[in-house]
Design a protein around this ligand. Structure first.
Ligand SMILES: Nc1ncnc2c1ncn2[C@@H]1O[C@H](COP(=O)(O)OP(=O)(O)OP(=O)(O)O)[C@@H](O)[C@H]1O
Ligand SMILES: [Mg+2]
Length: 275
């Protein structure tokens, strides 16, 4: 695929294995963190679960992907504006269908993203839990994969299972680990070491550590208020960690062949290319 002259858009998939470990909250708040760092962000909500980005941020969706293919609406009409100017393409707009489109629909979508490209620096993808083909497509198409885990043994085991599938089936070797809901940094490092020693021993891949977020009551308070944590509790410990992680990710400018929106769309829309 032609990528010369195209803008570099950082694409990051947030995944986990076990459900309920904090992916959606991490995605929404990292997006706001990036926005505070002057980056334009689009969230692709790839999970049709219950506690979606549009629910936790109280966003209303009007149109779906069918309006796009029928020519009635443009991509920008499907996108909803969230706090701090972040943009969200909600799951209810049909994001999951992106991995099963016909040729006409693919071309139409690429055209739409091409004209939207200048409005984004970072594309964040909130995936479903588990490791369905759909989750895998979004992960392997993205430049970075963040695996979120909590300190619970089941969450660590499931994080390992996701990494194992993405490596053995799709040859993915780069993973960033984010440990959520911890007591302190020592607990987070212990979790990271447990996970990375398993992947080093059984898969021969080493994992990057991207940071931790403490267990913090403000997170569920913000969810109940349907407001972003960073907006209503900016001084909470969890908010401080999320801002730190956002700036670490922003400064991580490794050259990566997967660093364009065209690569992302190319692999997402033509999964056979990468399988
Ligand atoms: N750091 C934290 N401190 C305290 N509670 C947290 C923290 N992170 C997440 N939670 C709680 O966990 C709940 C689930 O979080 P979230 O919806 O982000 O998880 P998820 O991984 O996206 O879930 P799913 O797999 O269902 O999509 C939140 O509603 C919140 O109450
Ligand atoms: Mg979620």
């Amino acid at each position: 695929m032609e990528t010369v002259g195209k803008k570099s858009v950082k694409t990051i998939a947030i995944t986990s294995g076990k459900g309920g470990v904090g992916k959606t909250n991490v995605t929404a708040n990292l997006a706001i963190g990036f926005s505070k760092l002057c980056k334009k962000v689009l969230i692709l909500d790839a999970d049709l679960g219950l506690s979606n980005i549009d629910v936790i941020l109280n966003l209303a969706t009007k149109y779906n992907i069918r309006h796009l293919f029928s020519g009635e609406k443009k991509l920008k009409d499907l996108i909803v504006e969230g706090p701090q100017g972040i943009n969200v393409l909600p799951a209810s707009s049909g994001v999951q269908e992106l991995t099963s489109l016909n040729e006409f629909q693919r071309l139409r979508l690429i055209e739409e993203f091409d004209s939207y490209e200048n409005d984004m620096d970072i594309l964040l993808i909130d995936t479903a839990s588990g490791i369905s083909a759909n989750v895998a497509f979004f992960c392997i198409a993205a430049q970075d994969i963040i695996v979120v885990t909590s300190p619970e043994p089941t969450a660590i085991t499931d994080a390992y299972a996701v990494i194992k599938v993405l490596f053995t089936k799709y040859q993915e070797k780069n993973f960033k680990v984010l440990v959520n809901s911890v007591k302190n940094s020592k607990e987070a490092i212990d979790v990271y070491k447990r996970l990375s020693s398993a992947t080093e021993r059984f898969l021969s891949i080493s994992l990057d550590y991207i940071g931790h977020i403490p267990y913090d009551d403000s997170v569920s308070k913000a969810v109940r208020a349907q407001k972003a944590l960073i907006e209503i509790y900016p001084d909470s410990e969890a908010s401080k960690s999320l801002i730190e992680i956002a700036s670490r990710l922003c400064n991580d400018n490794k050259d990566n062949v997967k660093g364009t929106l065209q690569f992302f769309l190319g692999s997402l829309l033509n999964p056979k290319n990468v399988l």
